[in-house]
Ligand binder design. Sequence first.
Ligand code: COA
Length: 173
Amino acid sequence: MEQNSSKQPNIDTVRAVNSFTDEELHQIIEMEHELFPVGLQDFSYEKEIPKGNVAVVAYCPEGKVAGYVFAVPHHEAHAQFRSVDPLMPEAMDAHYIQSIAIRRDLQGRGYFGKLMKKFLEETNGRAITMHARVSNNCSVGMQKHGATHVHSVENWFDSGEKFDYLIIEKLSE
Ligand SMILES: CC(C)(COP(=O)(O)OP(=O)(O)OC[C@H]1O[C@@H](n2cnc3c(N)ncnc32)[C@H](O)[C@@H]1OP(=O)(O)O)[C@@H](O)C(=O)NCCC(=O)NCCS
């Protein structure tokens, strides 16, 4: 039987944004609900992206949010996470990836790399730090593409999940 590939959802645009519409915020919060365990969902997003933060969003052709990556200055993340990860260095001229996700029905098709490519363009060669989930191979995948594993946090925010602290000086595609 012939497959109608045009009916498959896909991503046609990936761009950096300075603000979100109410509808986009709603879709992002729904994705966080669906994709992250309770306790790891971040509902602190605001319509205006604060200066110094980086937000890159992937969109489906009809304009729905298909994925995103959000980053904050490293020192802000340090202030937020140092109690959970005392080994996290304080001073780093870097962007810290706070959240990254691809809508479930679009996962496993290489869009992660597309999102990261645009994100790297926006960060202008500055280093990137993150706590990457181990359970879904995010950490291993990032390391395959050039991220350095620095240390691990066994029970990230009491989620029962291990997260790896990574530094990314340069990522390969
Ligand atoms: C993590 C997540 C965004 C990955 O998206 P995905 O659609 O499943 O991933 P993709 O199929 O596009 O890509 C996976 C591949 O990208 C590779 N990859 C990792 N980093 C990359 C990068 N910077 N550039 C290019 N490719 C990269 C991985 O190595 C993997 O390749 P492999 O299959 O050869 O091992 C997605 O699983 C998700 O949204 N998970 C739930 C939310 C979540 O846990 N987010 C936190 C992650 S730390």
